[in-house]
Design a protein around this ligand. Structure first.
Ligand code: UTP
Length: 404
């Protein structure tokens, strides 16, 4: 305890011990464990949230256009369907996020987007995957990443709905790790006395968490992981055409992309950075790059990523030990104030530390951009209102013939 005290005092973090003596022995032990698990190098990153990593030489990347895909469709489909039947493809549904922008405490997948009847985000995800299973005549192992904040609720919700018809024996849940958060001056935040304000550590940790949980132990044939976000209700997972195209390309990964129409659209773009695939944020593109045109007349940096990646299992194993950058993200974080009252802030009051799957693409070494039609495959639900909201997603679902 003495050591812990001096460690915290050296770091100006003794405030987190407020109320410690009044805790039960078990609670004290649990809290000490939380403190021992803190990665202080990461926590110190709050001081430099802006300089993540220097950018290398950025260039456009070549990818498969809708037209090219259409042309080779049958061939890709045959290769992809074969891989699915051989259980070489698994899905990883990233559902550990907190959906703070939606302002709901329930798992994002449990959000009901129906109008005349319930229609849940998870239901849409599973429905789309089931259609692939049916077409290929085989079930796909489905790994669902949750976090400490929503694991029990997610499991209970899906069980209650009989997994929306998905064969239970092909579903595995695993929990991602948690990271502490700090206020805007770097002080660790508490969510209760004796409990750090921990939050999911971003979607970049999915592979290490999956491996730690050995969630894949019953599926030794897996060669490809299709990893995607929960909030795109038009998500086409384990898409055999995408799988086939990536396998045929010989690349270590593939990314579904939509064509940017507006040079300033707020979406990360896939490009090359020092000859390696890389996703750069819209604000990192210079004006000249944003406007630049390619030989085909399209924007040169036009492949917007939609968080649907196919990653080689072998390559993932190879890069498992590599450190991926930690992003320092300003967010609204509920915290215990000095008077011991739990505050739910109205505006951003601190930083969370997250790793992102898009940073893995660089480590994969090669990536095939695979264009998909935005209005058919991209309906993300991020915000309560406005862009990428329940409203916009409903409109897109209706356009695609989904009864709400
Ligand atoms: P977002 O970046 O949109 O984050 O996640 P979020 O947590 O869902 O929402 P906000 O920012 O708090 O409003 C993109 C995808 O990555 C998953 C999310 O569940 C979503 O499918 N994710 C995100 C995780 O699985 N874990 C995380 O720690 C963060």
């Amino acid at each position: 305890m003495k050591e812990l005290n001096s460690l915290l005092s050296e770091r100006g973090q003794t405030h987190i011990l407020r109320g410690f003596d009044a805790l039960t022995i078990d609670a004290q032990r649990k809290f000490i464990k939380e403190i021992e698990n803190i990665d202080w190098d990461t926590v110190d990153l709050w001081k430099h949230p802006e300089d993540l990593s220097g950018k290398g030489k950025v260039e456009p990347i070549a990818g498969l256009s809708l037209k090219e895909i259409e042309h080779q469709r049958e061939e890709y489909l045959a290769v992809g369907a074969e891989a699915i039947r051989a259980q070489k493809v698994a899905c990883v549904l990233l559902a550990g996020g907190q959906g703070t922008r939606l302002g709901s405490d329930a798992p994002k997948g449990a959000y009901d987007i129906g109008v005349t009847r319930p229609l849940y985000i998870f239901e849409m995800q599973i429905r789309n995957l089931l259609s692939v299973c049916k077409a290929c005549g085989a079930a796909v192992p489905l790994f669902i990443m949750t976090s400490d904040k929503n694991d029990a609720a997610t499991r209970a919700f899906l069980k209650e709905h009989a997994y929306f018809g998905y064969p239970e024996e092909y579903i595995r849940f695993f929990e991602q790790e948690m990271a502490p958060s700090v206020d805007l001056t770097g002080k660790l935040l508490l969510e209760a006395e004796g409990a750090l304000a921990l939050s999911p550590n971003g979607n970049g940790g999915w592979y290490s968490s999956l491996k730690r949980a050995a969630a894949d132990r019953d599926f030794p044939a897996i060669e490809w992981y299709n990893v995607y976000g929960v909030d795109n209700v038009l998500q086409r997972s384990a898409d055999p055409v995408f799988v086939g195209a990536t396998i045929k390309s010989g690349m270590m990964s593939g990314a579904k992309v939509v064509r940017k129409t507006d040079p300033h659209e707020r979406v990360g773009v896939l490009c090359l950075e020092d000859s390696k695939p890389s996703v750069i944020e819209y604000y990192e593109l210079t004006e000249e790059m944003a406007q630049q045109k390619g030989a085909d007349g399209n924007l040169a940096y036009s492949f917007g990523v939609i968080l649907n990646y196919l990653l080689s299992a072998k390559k993932l194993e190879e890069i498992a030990k590599a450190r991926i950058p930690v992003h320092v993200v300003k967010k609204k974080i509920p915290y215990l104030d000095e008077a011991g009252v739990l505050v739910k802030p109205e505006k951003e009051n601190g930083y969370k530390f997250e790793t992102l799957i898009l940073d893995m693409i660089r480590l994969m070494g090669s990536c095939l951009p695979f264009e998909v039609a935005r209005e058919k495959e991209f309906a993300p639900i991020k915000n309560k209102e406005g862009t990428d909201s329940v409203e916009t997603a409903r409109a897109l679902l209706q356009k695609n013939g989904v009864a709400l």
